[in-house]
Design a protein around this ligand. Structure first.
Ligand code: PLP
Length: 374
């Protein structure tokens, strides 16, 4: 199998799967229970929290566990939006955000918030100045760190600096679901107030994510109940998935430097090999994150290409997995030609991929091109 859809989700890495199984069958207590099993579970929860904190590079601040990226993003945006009550009701974001952000913003718009979405350029890059020019009286700037469809790296550090120098009261939330464990610099060093991450994109188990809140940042919960996670996220913790997230953080952090080098090598090799496919156009910016590469074969259709690739057990995506069947809003925001959008393929690597996976991709694409040029 040649799995090249790691931005959609990853295979759970062995140690994380083992950890989840161990929690489910042995240390299965409720972390709030007062007996020995409960205590063991609470210790696992603390260990996972420390591991996520360390992977994010956080000294202080809090890590709250959620069910995944979507919940972290919903909590961060809804919470931050209400920080200033009715005084400040302007939110700045971008047109290339994930649906978890765009749909939360739509709901806030319906509640009377003003939402400004900044457009990317033709390469999918977002200009920090465009975000900052409206941010003076905003309550929140929410942006991705790395785009899930093109791998474009957004200028979040520049935005943080800009907000600081203009003394904007706006909080900065980073959707770091695609950036987590994919950057040399720890994400907390960006100075963001809130950071959302997800376990299943880094070799964890589906069903656990985290929201980092910087020191002094308090946001209201969206779930009420037993008061778990310091009252921020009630509900019995999904410990198997949370502990697997912690384990994936430990595993990835130990290998980070080498893994990023591998991803860069895979990306460079793929760009080189894809040049050989007649008519192929790369949509990702040249300086995109190495784990995501988006390209088009104008004249072809992505669903057909995907089927041809699937016959060789090469798994890719025609855009983002979350927007099945819909034209990519990211590529549309980049104002790409419809022929490019309809033939777009996203491949996304994990450090366990090999050059053979890319050779197979190349062979499958050659086969696919023939179907459309007969
Ligand atoms: N944000 C980005 C950039 C993503 O790529 C995804 C998932 O594809 C999400 C948010 C949602 O994360 P989850 O699937 O953990 O809810």
């Amino acid at each position: 199998m040649h799995y090249l859809d790691n931005a959609a989700t990853t295979r759970t890495i062995e140690p994380a799967a083992k950890k989840a199984a161990e929690i489910m069958t042995e240390r299965f207590g409720n972390p709030s229970a007062m007996h020995k099993l409960g205590l063991e579970a609470a210790n696992e929860l603390s260990l996972a929290r420390e591991r996520v904190k360390s992977a994010l590079g956080a000294g202080g601040g809090e890590i709250m566990f959620t069910s995944g990226g979507t919940e972290s993003i919903n909590t961060a945006i809804s919470g931050a939006a209400h920080k200033y009550g009715r005084q400040k009701r302007k939110i700045i974001s971008t047109e290339i955000e994930h649906a978890a952000t765009l749909e939360t913003l739509k709901a806030l718009e319906n509640q009377g918030f003003t939402v400004i979405l900044v457009k990317p350029d033709k390469k999918g890059n977002v200009n920090a100045g465009e975000i900052l020019k409206n941010a003076e009286d905003a309550c929140l700037v929410t942006m991705m760190a790395i785009n899930n469809e093109t791998g474009a790296v957004l200028p979040f550090e520049e935005v943080r600096e800009g907000l600081k120098s203009m003394r904007s009261p706006a909080l900065l939330h980073l959707d770091a679901v695609q950036a987590f464990m994919k950057t040399e610099k720890p994400l907390v060093s960006s100075g963001a107030d809130l950071i959302s991450v997800s376990g299943h994109k880094i070799g964890g188990v589906k069903g656990a994510g985290a929201l980092y809140t910087a020191e002094g940042i308090r946001i209201p919960p969206i779930l009420y109940g037993g008061g778990q996670e310091k009252g921020l996220r009630s509900g019995t913790e999904a410990l198997p998935a949370i502990a697997a997230l912690g384990e994936a953080c430990r595993f990835r952090q130990e290998r980070l430097h080498g893994d990023l080098k591998t991803l860069r090598e895979l990306n460079a090799y793929a760009r080189e090999k894809l040049k050989e496919i007649p008519g192929l156009i790369i949509n990702s910016p040249d300086d995109a994150s190495a784990h995501i590469l988006n390209f088009s074969l104008p004249g072809a259709r992505s669903e057909v290409l995907m089927r041809v690739l699937q016959q060789r057990e090469v798994y890719v995506s025609s855009g983002s997995a979350c927007s099945r069947g819909h034209r990519s809003h990211v590529l549309a925001a980049m104002r790409l030609d419809p022929a490019l959008i309809d033939s777009a393929i996203r491949v996304s690597f994990c450090p366990e991929n090999t050059l053979r996976d890319i050779d197979e991709l190349r062979a499958g694409l050659f086969e696919g091109v023939k179907l459309f040029t007969r």
